[in-house]
Write a protein that binds this ligand. Structure first.
Ligand SMILES: NC(=O)c1ccc[n+]([C@@H]2O[C@H](COP(=O)([O-])OP(=O)(O)OC[C@H]3O[C@@H](n4cnc5c(N)ncnc54)[C@H](OP(=O)(O)O)[C@@H]3O)[C@@H](O)[C@H]2O)c1
Length: 186
């Protein structure tokens, strides 16, 4: 019997919904983090295989509850092979909580993290320390430039860009553009 695979999408009930639906085709289980029960239900029942979606209803600012919920999900479905993370900058500790919980179960098994970040973070050139067995990929969300006008990305463009990043597996992906920065939408 093939080993069950597990993907985790933090912030998956919003603009990354399409990413969750697509991952259901490739992974045995997809766990999704978000606070709103209604948004979770909408995501789950929009999918032809709702049983493959595990809703993790939690605020990632609450580190101890977030840790508990991750532990339960990993106990049920195994440590994730793939994580897509869209975490607002107000919860800098959330990724560390995730790393600790994965390390408890999978200290040697390789897993992949797609860290989705806003365009403003591009210029910070951050170094994100990750565990040795984590293959880190950064995805910046840029904007669309149309001649002299510009606009932010739509949800389908964001999900499509993240799925492309997963498929192409580059160290860094920019969805849309970040250049020229002074022509970004205001
Ligand atoms: N460069 C760009 O063009 C760009 C970049 C970023 C965003 N945007 C646009 O801006 C819109 C709004 O952005 P958004 O960040 O609100 O994205 P979103 O994807 O619509 O929502 C954020 C996701 O994270 C979850 N979430 C938020 N806070 C959370 C918390 N404290 N704990 C757990 N889960 C949490 C949300 O669910 P809950 O609210 O239920 O918790 C949801 O799943 C998006 O629709 C997108 O199109 C554009």
């Amino acid at each position: 019997m093939e080993k069950a695979t597990h993907a985790l999408v933090i912030g998956g009930t919003g603009m990354l919904q399409h990413v969750c639906h697509s991952l259901v085709n490739d992974y045995s289980y997809v766990s999704v983090v978000g606070r709103s029960t209604i948004r979770h239900q909408q995501l789950k029942y929009a999918n032809p295989s709702p049983d493959k979606i595990n809703s993790i209803i939690v605020d990632y600012h609450d580190s101890s509850l977030f840790r508990e919920k991750l532990q339960s999900a990993f106990l049920a479905y195994g440590a994730p092979d793939l994580v897509i993370s869209w975490i607002h900058g107000t919860a800098p500790q959330a990724l560390h909580t995730l790393f600790n919980e994965i390390q408890k179960l999978a200290i040697e098994t390789k897993w992949k993290l797609f860290h989705v970040q806003s365009s403003s973070r591009y210029f910070a050139k951050e170094n994100t320390p990750v565990p040795d067995n984590c293959q880190y990929r950064r995805v910046y969300l840029g904007f669309i430039l149309n001649g002299r006008s510009s606009r932010w990305l739509t949800d389908p463009e964001i999900s499509g860009g993240v799925l492309h990043a997963i498929k192409s597996d580059q160290q860094q992906t920019i969805v849309g553009t970040i250049d020229p920065w002074d022509q970004r939408p205001r």
